[in-house]
Design a protein around this ligand. Structure first.
Ligand code: GCB
Length: 606
């Protein structure tokens, strides 16, 4: 396959971790001279740094850190570098350098040698740096990062020089994109060095639930351990540990199945069972004649079932009550921030929600772990937002990003569905074949989860829905159409849901509906942008959801959005997109309370 699993870096008795997060040197390269850093070899060792640098925190987006508008709106290469020491005690180990993500195209040098290249803003990349790292000495790490999007990047964008005229001086350029969130860039997730034993290590682990008894008395998982080694004389020992550390099962073998015959603890979604979010530790010890390596993966035992009429978790119908979200906050943009992530999970649980979609790109692994632990169900979306054109090169990149996404997230019990895109321009005939290829490819690498595509064209024009197991739709009646007309919403939404059902004969999920709302605006009768209008619009949507839910058509509802988030500057956006039920600072609007009433009621009725 494309990529080994890129297991999340964890320490263990055989592994050590060193974080390279912190304040790095940073320098934006003038867009007018895109070759400058390469020509002047800003990556050269032992340069003190790339030159005239400023401070830049890692992880974070760089856009909102300074007071400089040209850096906020920057397009092109930026350079990061830092110095660090590697202990001489690591001479018996192999050392990997791993980036949780960096947006979008990254080139990495260690001590002046290029060690890594990656394209794609939301997934991890790593390499073995044992040969380049200087142990017991200083090392310099340099990253050149380019945020420019093009016709075949995922997502797509366009970069153009602007002709000089009375308004634009020479050297003006325009970087445009159609998706509705700010194209934040930077080293967004942790940078880590980790060690593994020299002669063998666990390179990947895959654990899948293959059976849960109807009466929950037993369950079976299947596992596959990929060991990186030069020789054949190695063994694997695996253990399944309960949360209290007791051994539930253990056996030898790098592949195999394990049946828990005595009332296994299942992984349940939030509020569906008292024991939601139960995780086992799947411990792997790989050993050869000289040494051994241990990796501990968190796994949850649960089944996912779907057909043309239903979606079930552990044999019970599952109704999604959730959100569309973003990785977005003040100052840090899309940089991982654990206080924010933790607060968000507490707010999600406060609302009684049981799910969200990683709109519109894969989220940090730390968020996925939180979802596992909290029983929050995830629709895992790739970065294919607003795709158009559907050329072969785009398809190739799309398949690669699905490979990388599944490789990273396959073991998360919270992930129950793959989303192969959001709002593609899917009314053109070529969209049909394109998305059938992406969906079939995704099923071939992971048959254990259904595939969805989030659509927004009128149902009778859409060509994307032929590819999916679950039909997801975004609907903005009372906002982008029939603006201000609350009385038309309920019927329009209900008819629309039924039309999608009839056309594709699959379960339907409403993945977006909502209204921009400025915290503190009030009016009766309600007008758009007021808190009253947002709650009125929600109540009308709820009527449509309740009717189609009872008819067994609708399998879930997700409001757009969990929180307000930043977009490009344009007159249709008032300091970003304001459809959050929380502000960007995570203060509740009136809508948060309305949603909370509904979600807790839905949970009680389960
Ligand atoms: C959508 C998009 C989402 C936008 C939202 C909006 O349909 O999927 O990215 O932010 O509408 O508010 O316009």
């Amino acid at each position: 396959s494309c990529c080994h699993g890129l297991l999340y870096p964890k320490d263990s008795p055989t592994r050590e971790i060193k974080s390279l997060d912190g304040v790095w040197n940073f320098r934006a390269q003038p867009s007018l001279d895109p070759e400058q850093g390469f020509r002047e070899k800003w990556f050269d060792h032992p340069l003190q740094s790339t030159g005239d640098v400023i401070d830049m925190p890692v992880p974070s987006s760089f856009n909102d850190i300074t007071t400089d508008p040209s850096l906020r709106d920057f397009a092109g290469w930026v350079w990061y570098d830092r110095e660090f020491y590697a202990p001489s005690a690591w001479s018996d180990s192999r050392v990997f350098l791993r980036f949780g993500s960096a947006h979008y195209t990254a080139l990495v040098w260690l001590n002046g040698q290029e060690v890594l290249q990656h394209s794609g803003g939301h997934l991890p990349f790593e390499t073995d740096v044992s040969g380049t790292l200087q142990l017991g000495a200083a090392n310099r790490l340099t990253v050149a990062l380019n945020n420019t999007l093009g016709p075949t990047t995922i997502p797509q964008g366009a970069w153009n020089w602007i002709k000089e005229d009375d308004i634009y001086p020479a050297g003006s350029f325009d970087m445009s994109y159609t998706f509705d969130f700010f194209n934040y860039a930077g080293i967004h997730r942790p940078v880590t060095l980790y060690t593994v034993p020299k002669s063998l290590h666990v390179a990947d682990v895959k654990v899948t639930t293959i059976g849960v008894a109807q009466d929950y008395s037993s369950a079976t998982i299947q596992y596959e351990v990929n060991v990186a080694t030069d020789t054949d004389d190695f063994q694997c020992h695996v253990q399944l540990l309960e949360q209290d550390g007791t051994v539930a099962a253990e056996q030898d073998g790098c592949t195999g199945t394990i049946t828990l015959a005595e009332n296994p603890h299942l992984w349940w979604p939030y509020l569906m069972n008292e024991e939601y979010g139960y995780l086992y530790t799947f411990r792997v010890d790989a050993t050869n004649s000289q040494e051994s390596d241990q990796y501990n993966e968190n796994i949850g035992i649960r089944s996912v079932f779907w057909d043309d009429n239903s979606f079930k978790i552990n044999h019970q119908p599952f109704y999604f009550r959730g959100f569309g979200r973003h990785e977005d906050s003040n100052f840090r943009g899309k940089g991982l921030d654990l206080p924010l992530v933790t607060k968000d999970y507490n707010l999600i649980r406060w609302t009684g929600a049981n799910s969200y979609r990683t709109s519109h790109y894969p989220y940090a692994e730390e968020l996925m772990d939180f979802a596992d632990r909290n029983g929050i169900v995830i629709i895992d979306e790739c970065p294919g937002v607003n795709l158009e054109g559907f050329k072969p090169e785009l398809l190739a990149n799309h398949l690669t990003v699905m490979d990388e996404l599944v490789a990273r997230d396959k073991n998360h019990p919270s992930v129950v569905m793959w989303s192969i895109g959001n709002e593609p321009r899917s009314e053109v005939p070529e969209a049909k074949d394109y998305f059938i290829k992406v969906a079939n490819h995704t099923r071939s690498i992971d048959p254990s989860r259904p595939v969805t595509l989030v659509m927004f064209r009128p149902f009778d024009q859409d060509q994307g829905g032929y590819s999916v197991d679950i039909v997801s739709i975004n609907r903005y009646y009372g906002w982008y159409s029939q603006t201000g007309q609350i009385d038309l919403i309920a019927n329009a939404v209900e008819q629309d849901i039924r039309n999608w059902r009839t056309k594709f004969n699959k379960p339907v999920l409403v993945t977006e509906y909502g209204a921009d709302t400025i915290h503190g605006f009030h009016e009766v009768p309600s007008t758009i942008f007021t808190e009253e209008y947002q709650t009125d619009l929600m109540r009308e949507n709820f009527k449509a959801f309740d009717n189609t839910k009872e008819d067994g058509i609708l399998i879930g509802e997700m409001i757009w959005n969990f929180a307000d988030f930043m977009t490009v500057q344009e007159y249709k956006r008032v300091w970003g997109n304001r459809k959050g039920i929380f502000t960007r600072d995570r203060h509740p609007k009136a809508s948060a309370h309305i949603l909370r009433d509904r979600y807790w009621k839905l949970a009680q009725d389960e």
